[in-house]
Design a binder for this molecule. Structure first.
Ligand code: NZQ
Ligand code: ZN
Length: 387
């Protein structure tokens, strides 16, 4: 087992109606609030009105319109400007992962005098960040329990994971009823995102029985409960378990003590959504089985066999290579069965920029260090197989 040094300082407040605790949680943190949100879903589900009612007595400045794959310009820049102009003390992010990620970059940018891009690109290490409280309305990214935010810059096609312990939310409110309204497309993408977060951590050189079991259980739960959410979007029990699974997905708790895996599918997907603005979870679902095909070898066979038997219930008496093949097919079939388009062409990506993207990924994502190292040629082959 590898050494680790771990802390997640975020307070999780989970369950139906927990948003009532928002004023009490927010008051000791700050009275001047930047309320960030997306394109209007929080208004349609009545959450916007609820938050304003609860926060009477707080001074609220709003940053609406944060888009999926949140943009540096205008959203991060506008948010930083508003924080500085109004002396904001705390950011309240209400929405999906994009709203929260954008808020994290704003939180750091608000405490920095230079261009916030310096922080996002790690040219400068942030010395401070505003505290963040969130009400997450989409189960997917795990941003509510991690210290990362992913920011896109359209002029350079960059999509960068900005990670800093300063960015952990202080408090995250998770009420599964707010996810009842999430569309089929976004629910399926959320299942795929959280499954991939788990797979990224499961496929590593050194793992423990404990972590393997945690990951296998996460994957089974996400498949079972994810299907139930799609069949009945208002199934509270299923939405609740899916939400908690997603929360665990991205804060390293599934892989404490494991050797690093390099998160290769994310490295590849971030370029797809950086260049084409596609839905993150869909890009991951398309890439994952092709990446699995690519890395299956004598060295990795044992991982695939364990995954196939414990996650998909494949007959352990079969030949190991057959188990591995069936496991990859089962991964593909599950994503397809929940309605995810399984080819890049179906999400608007053709072969015209494959070489450019492969180069961008090879230069920026460090995948030579991944569990199975991927050079530019390997990345290109995975992208071509995904077309
Ligand atoms: O903008 P609004 O109107 O709010 O609509 C959103 C958006 O159109 C909608 N939505 C959110 N909650 C809803 C709802 N619709 C109905 N009812 C609700 N309750 O869903 C759409 C997608 O929202 P978005 O926030 O983009 O989705 P998600 O939470 O999947 O976030 C995706 C972003 O997170 C990044 C991705 O790369 C992508 O940019 N990631 C962040 C991570 C992190 N911070 O740790 C890790 C992930 O791997 C991922 O990279
Ligand atoms: Zn993800």
């Amino acid at each position: 087992m590898q050494n680790f040094d771990y802390m997640t300082p975020t307070r999780l407040v989970f369950g139906k109606g927990v948003v009532e605790k928002l004023p009490a949680a927010l008051a000791p943190i700050g009275k001047k609030v930047l309320l960030t949100y997306g394109g209007g879903s929080i208004k349609r589900i009545g959450l916007y009105d609820k938050v304003l009612e609860l926060l009477k007595g707080f001074e609220i400045v709003e940053l609406p319109g944060i888009q999926p794959n949140p943009k540096y310009d205008p959203s991060v820049l506008d948010g930083v400007r508003l924080c500085k102009e109004h002396g904001i003390e705390v950011i309240l992010a209400v929405g999906g992962g994009s709203v929260l990620d954008c808020s994290k970059a704003i939180a750091a940018g608000a405490c920095y005098d230079g261009d916030p891009w310096d922080l996002i690109t790690y040219k400068v290490k942030a010395k401070a960040a505003l505290p963040i409280v969130d009400i997450i309305t989409l189960a997917a990214t795990g941003s509510e329990y991690d210290s990362g935010g992913v920011i896109s810059r359209t002029d350079t096609n960059d999509k960068i994971g900005y990670i800093d312990p300063l960015l952990y939310p202080a408090v995250s409110f998770l009420d599964p009823t707010y996810t009842f309204s999430v569309s089929r497309k976004q629910t399926a993408a959320g299942i795929a995102d959280a499954m991939n977060h788990t797979i990224e951590q499961y496929f590593a050189e050194d793992t423990t029985l404990l972590n393997d079991g945690f990951c296998e259980s996460m994957l089974r739960s996400l498949m079972v409960n994810g299907r139930k959410c799609l069949e009945n979007p208002e199934d509270y029990t299923a939405r609740a378990e899916m939400m908690l699974c997603c929360t665990y997905g991205c804060n390293d708790i599934l892989s404490l003590g494991n050797s690093p895996s390099g998160w290769p599918c994310h490295g590849i997907e971030h370029a797809l959504s950086g260049y084409y603005d596609i839905t993150h979870g869909e890009g991951l679902a398309i890439i994952t089985p092709r990446w699995m095909d690519h890395i299956l070898s004598g060295r990795t066979l044992g991982r695939f066999v364990k995954y196939g038997i414990n996650v998909f219930g494949i007959d352990p008496s079969l030949d190991p290579w057959e188990i591995a093949r069936k496991a990859i097919d089962a991964t593909y079939s599950f994503f397809e069965s929940i309605g995810i388009p399984m080819h890049l062409r179906e999400v608007g990506i053709d072969d015209s920029r494959i070489g450019e993207m492969a180069h961008h990924i090879a230069v920026n994502e460090g995948l030579e260090e991944a569990y199975v190292p991927l050079d530019e040629q390997a990345i290109k082959e995975i992208l071509i197989a995904s077309l």
